[in-house]
Design a binder for this molecule. Structure first.
Ligand SMILES: *[C@@H]1O[C@H](CO)[C@@H](O)[C@H](O)[C@H]1NC(C)=O
Ligand SMILES: *[C@@H]1O[C@H](CO)[C@@H](O)[C@H](O)[C@H]1NC(C)=O
Length: 155
């Protein structure tokens, strides 16, 4: 019954349906990553101060608990202390449905900043903005680094 051409048309129909469905506003969107933005300052706590400079070349760990999975990535701060990194989510997450909780941490000491303590860890919760942008592998959810707090190492 099914000629090759009608099968091809059916497949095209399936593909076009699959393509159209995610654009329906009421459906949850599959997110393939989190785009993290922020700035690390050379200040007593890593946060902004009017006279403080951005801290360049520091390794920032980004850790997320998404659904029942954990994801970690590392980002080196760029010029002016800018943090700009994408955390890939292999399995994806459903925006507005999958619970997300992320932190950015900086292990102390760091070079080139005498204002920061020399022991402990800076930790900031990531604020999920809800803004979506297109990335190479799919939709990305934007997040910004919140306020850093100094966490002392337990002896
Ligand atoms: C950042 O730190 C992690 C964990 O120690 C390490 O695996 C990674 O290579 C570091 N990244 C850079 C660019 O130094
Ligand atoms: C994810 O991380 C949390 C917090 O560190 C930990 O309690 C949990 O066991 C981890 N889950 C998995 C699946 O590794």
């Amino acid at each position: 019954m099914a000629s090759p051409s009608s099968a091809a048309i059916f497949i095209l129909f399936l593909l076009s349906t699959a393509w159209l469905l995610p654009s329906e506003a009421q459906l949850p969107q599959l997110i393939k990553g989190i785009k993290v933005g922020g700035i690390l300052y050379c200040s007593p706590d890593g946060n902004y101060c009017p006279t403080c400079q951005g801290l360049v070349g520091v390794n920032v760990t980004i850790f997320c608990n998404i659904g029942s999975n954990n994801y970690t990535t590392y980002a080196l701060t760029g010029p002016d202390g800018i943090i700009d990194e994408v955390l890939d989510i292999v399995d994806g997450l459903l925006f507005g449905i999958t619970p997300i909780s992320c932190v950015a941490t900086v292990q102390l000491p760091v070079l080139n900043c005498a204002l920061l303590p020399t022991i402990g860890l800076l930790q900031a919760t990531l604020i999920i903005t809800g803004n979506l942008i297109s990335g190479l592998l799919g939709l990305l959810l934007k997040a910004v680094v919140g306020v850093f707090h100094l966490i002392s190492v337990i002896h």
